[in-house]
Design a protein around this ligand. Structure first.
Ligand code: KG4
Ligand code: ZN
Length: 364
């Protein structure tokens, strides 16, 4: 058996500053600590993430997060085997803050430095939580990204398709703004939808009649704006009942789109790799109850193993970055002090680039 590895992970690509310690032995990983300091309150007044504010907050909080992660794991820097850090894609100021912090630690300790693609972190989360063997099909669905990937290994991914415009998390966040619900939009729209009727307001499901597994969410957003305007009272307010129905109608449309496109992606994946099929979801939108339930039911009907990480590891965290770090360490994939931030960094660089430019600057 290979000797265990202990990795410090650092994440700062959007609006969460995070550090974590993960140990890995064989195919089993253990999260010894995972510290996530969100920045929602700093951005709340602006209705979205302000890159400059995010970068400054990361720079101020990273040291504290690393200290907390070490102390919660009861470890010192000398107990580590490597430092893994998100080097992109994301908001460049935040990514630079994390990379500088990791380089400083690596220079001071002499530990190896490993630059990690944030999307690989999400894509390998089922290995961290469930030791899921390769290859598996992944739906990575977050605030800035939405794509189906066959995950062959820690450094090999095939993109089957994805959104051609907005990411679903972005659509949840915009929906929350339209319905005067707090940010981040996903959890607040999900909570409001619990009191609503998903059939009361019928919203479109674009591209469902198309082959393949590409998706579109921007038409849904426009339809929601129209439906919201139609539901306003004469004095320009939205009743709680209309707010709940609109949230439920929106969530039902996203769920239907993801279910239909996942069925197509499963066909393509099983065609290529028929033995022991497994499907996993990750990214912030994977925290959504109805989305998880719909995809779980779909997989059960097709005899496909279904893996959904615990909610805290679906949204941004550093344990997933440490997991990728451990796997890249085993593959001998290290970086040096020339490591730089990559605001755009597709996981599958052979796939045609996706259209548009999202909240995080890249629909990789
Ligand atoms: O993966 P993540 O933490 O950051 C990115 O890499 O984007 O995802 C954040 C996104 C936000 O858009 C947030 O609204 C969405 O995930 N999200 C949800 C839920 N929790 C977070 N969307 C739907 N339902 C949820 N429960
Ligand atoms: Zn993310």
């Amino acid at each position: 058996m290979t000797p265990p590895l202990t990795i410090l992970g650092i994440e700062s690509s959007c609006d969460d500053t995070a550090a974590a310690i993960v140990t890995q032995a064989g195919d089993r990983s253990r999260v010894l600590s995972s510290v996530v300091e969100g920045q929602s309150s700093l951005h709340a007044a602006f209705g979205g993430v302000v890159p400059e504010i995010a970068a400054r907050a990361h720079a101020e909080r990273l040291d504290h997060c690393v200290e907390q992660a070490l102390s919660q794991a009861k470890m010192a820097l000398s107990d580590l085997d490597a430092i893994a850090v998100t080097a992109g894609p994301g908001l460049v100021g935040g990514v630079v803050s994390g990379v500088m912090c990791a380089k400083g630690l690596a220079a001071a300790t002499g530990l190896p430095l490993i630059g990690v693609n944030h999307l690989a972190g999400h894509a390998l989360t089922p290995r961290l939580t469930d030791a899921l063997p390769y290859p598996y099909l992944m739906l990575l669905v977050s605030g800035g990204h939405c794509q189906f990937l066959i995950v062959h290994g820690a450094a090999r991914f095939t993109r089957l398709g994805g959104t051609i415009d907005d990411a679903p998390g972005e659509a949840f966040d915009k929906t929350a703004r339209l319905l005067s619900l707090p940010q981040p939009g996903g959890p607040s729209v999900e909570a409001a939808a619990r009191n609503g009727d998903p059939a009361a307001i019928r919203l479109p499901r674009p591209l469902l009649d198309r082959p393949g597994c590409d998706m579109s969410f921007s038409g849904l957003k426009t339809a929601l704006l129209r439906a919201r305007d139609a539901a306003l009272t004469p004095d320009g307010t939205l009743s709680a009942a209309a707010q709940a129905d609109l949230a439920a109608g929106f969530q039902a449309a996203v769920t239907d789109i993801l279910r239909d496109r996942t069925a197509h992606a499963l066909d393509a994946y099983i065609d290529t790799i028929p033995a022991c099929p497994a499907f996993a979801i990750a990214g912030g939108v994977a925290a959504n109850g109805p989305v998880r339930a719909a995809l779980q039911t779909l997989c059960a009907a097709r005899d496909v193993r279904f893996v959904a990480p615990p909610l805290a590891l679906c949204t941004d965290n550093a344990a997933m970055i440490a997991q990728v770090g451990a796997e890249r360490f085993r593959l001998g994939l290290f970086d040096d002090m020339s490591l730089s931030a990559r605001p755009r960094w597709p996981l599958d660089d052979r796939a045609a680039p996706m259209l548009g430019s999202g909240r995080k600057g890249a629909r990789a």
